[in-house]
Design a protein around this ligand. Sequence first.
Ligand code: URA
Length: 257
Amino acid sequence: MRKKVYHLNLGKSQLRNSKIALLPGDPFRVLKIAEKVRKQFGGNIEELAWKREFKTILCNTSIKPVLVTSTGIGGPSTSIVIEELAMLGIKTFVRVGTTGAIQKRIKLGDVIITTGAVRLDGASTHYAPIEYPAVADYKVVDSLTKAADKSNVRYHVGITASSDTFYPGQERYDSFTGHVLRRLQGSMKELQRLNVLNYEMESSTLLTLCSAMGLRGGSVSGVIVNRTVSENIKEESLRIGEDNAIKVAVGSLEYLL
Ligand code: URA
């Protein structure tokens, strides 16, 4: 029997020499992305594995193969995906996520193209000291902005904050206890003043690991809530944010493949 990486349950030959992976958090977003890749680049799609939160579909496009794998939520599971896909030969990693904006000017459905991330996660500190920057590969950023221009999706390019928790780490008070540790109180205002655009939970891990390992990393996220306006995430905003992030990520393949 051929050896498979443990969590993703994938063997190298299954990837057909894929070099690029699109990484949503949600396993149920994998098929949606793969179908968009097939629609835009032709070929066929094939489910390779689904274990825990890690689902993988291979897109055999008419140009080159593209892998779509879900990371689950947060840094720890994202680090597993980067490690195991890197072992299988993936060189370019593009997160396709959803996010909460913290600047007033950002609208629901806009996308954020991350140039760098504030490392509020723990996983990335197992790979590089906290002084090490979580920065995106400039070619990936360039490809994502070109794709956003081409698909007429409103976008913002800049710094993202990546937190290990959705509630206290992103200074949310609409939680079970409503309590946020003293050291995190006021943290959203501070990030707003530092021109941070948004909160999510994976980019700092992805970007730190990719840079530290000599791989290319990038991240695009659809805005599903603007925290300066409301804490409620509506179904319709989720759909538009998700669709626009997918449009831009898949569009970027035209430049990255
Ligand atoms: N994902 C997050 O981590 N935060 C948000 O506000 C929305 C999506």
